[in-house]
Design a protein around this ligand. Structure first.
Ligand code: ZN
Length: 357
């Protein structure tokens, strides 16, 4: 076979060093698409924020930073390269592939945040699913060993393990868009923000980008000129020196995806910031409030679940238990936080009764 007379191979410099014009244009795009998600929050909207919201918030901030840095910086460069006429197809494709993977992967990170926030407990991937199934295949015993208690895992009989593994493989589903939407819709009464989140998740541009990503994963690199294709003669090799993907269209799809992702992050930022957890289906029409009270006797301020059946004068201060409180504020809470505050309040009241009797 003759030695092929291919184009020269590019170097690190060709892939990573660009002229001022491209860099300036990239900076412009980065500025255009990066976003301060806290800036648009209406700080006058006062709500009761619970523990889960506080735990999930750092995970959300990490996603926002991922978007603003890894996605926006990559997007700025790619959009600028795709428009440039003096850049080779392979260099454009290399950077675009990087961005396409990030733009499609961010959805799973996004689903994970909702999964954690709403405690859906859907396994994030097959690795976690496998661990869950393994856990189902053992009995946990607490065995006393001298002064300490040891946790001993005893595997179930092999036949039982086989049955559990077989059943769990189909029964336990991993996290994806459909699983997320179905689980939430089945258990919760959707708020307006959640309805909007789900509606945006169905945007065409997300599927268009996934379609390109899937071809890169299974069939051809973005910069491939020679690749399998399908026409009236069936599957065969197609040759196109300009590549198989229209870069003008790709550029538009990328911009649409960036817009959709920022809208979605903004919405979930607001949900978690205000702890706007949807009500369960059973309590779909209820509204939950907490009251901030100040005791005229001990002077302490406390937050209590609103108890509509009790008159203000009859609500005791949860610190000194005198009936001398005044309500100084009232704001929205969610079903979970309300329940937690109510349990806590009842527990304190019982402790108080125990102390005085
Ligand atoms: Zn008091």
């Amino acid at each position: 076979m003759k030695k092929s007379n291919e184009e020269k191979l590019f170097s690190l410099k060709d892939y990573y060093v660009f002229d001022r014009k491209i860099m300036n244009k990239s900076e412009g795009y980065i500025k255009m698409f990066s976003k301060d998600f806290e800036k648009n929050i209406n700080i006058n909207e006062h709500t009761d924020v619970g523990m889960i919201s506080l735990i999930v918030f750092p995970m959300l901030k990490q996603l926002e930073n991922y978007y603003n840095e890894e996605i926006c910086i990559s997007a700025g460069l790619v959009l600028s390269l795709l428009e440039a006429e003096n850049i080779n197809l392979r260099i454009k494709s290399y950077h675009a592939e990087n961005l396409i993977f990030r733009l499609t992967s961010i959805w799973d990170y996004y689903y994970n945040i909702i999964n954690e926030y709403l405690h859906l407990e859907i396994p994030a991937d097959n690795i976690i699913k496998k661990r869950i199934i393994n856990r189902h295949c053992v009995n946990v015993d607490f065995v006393k060993d001298g002064k300490i208690i040891k946790v001993v895992e005893k595997p179930l009989p092999i036949e039982e393990q086989k049955r559990i593994r077989k059943e769990s493989r189909t029964k336990i589903k991993t996290l994806n868009k459909i699983m997320l939407i179905n689980t939430i819709s089945h258990r919760f009464h959707l708020t307006e923000r959640f309805k909007e989140i789900f509606s945006i998740m169905d945007s065409d541009c997300i599927e268009q980008l996934k379609h390109i990503r899937n071809q890169i994963v299974h069939r051809r690199a973005l910069g491939a000129g020679i690749s399998p294709d399908y026409d009236f003669l069936g599957q065969s090799i197609s040759i196109n020196n300009k590549g198989w993907c229209d870069f003008n269209e790709l550029s538009e799809i990328i911009k649409l995806n960036l817009n959709v992702i920022t809208k979605e992050i903004q919405l979930i930022h607001e949900v978690i910031f205000f702890d706007e957890r949807p009500n369960s289906i059973e309590n779909k029409d209820k509204q939950y409030f907490v009251i901030k009270v100040k005791c005229k006797d001990c002077g302490k301020e406390s937050i209590l679940p609103e108890m509509k059946t009790i008159e203000e004068q009859k609500i005791p201060c949860p610190v000194c238990w005198k009936h001398e409180i005044e309500i100084i504020d009232k704001f929205k809470t969610n079903e979970l936080n309300y329940g937690g505050r109510m349990n806590n309040h009842i527990k304190k009241f019982i402790e108080h009764l125990d102390n005085i009797t």
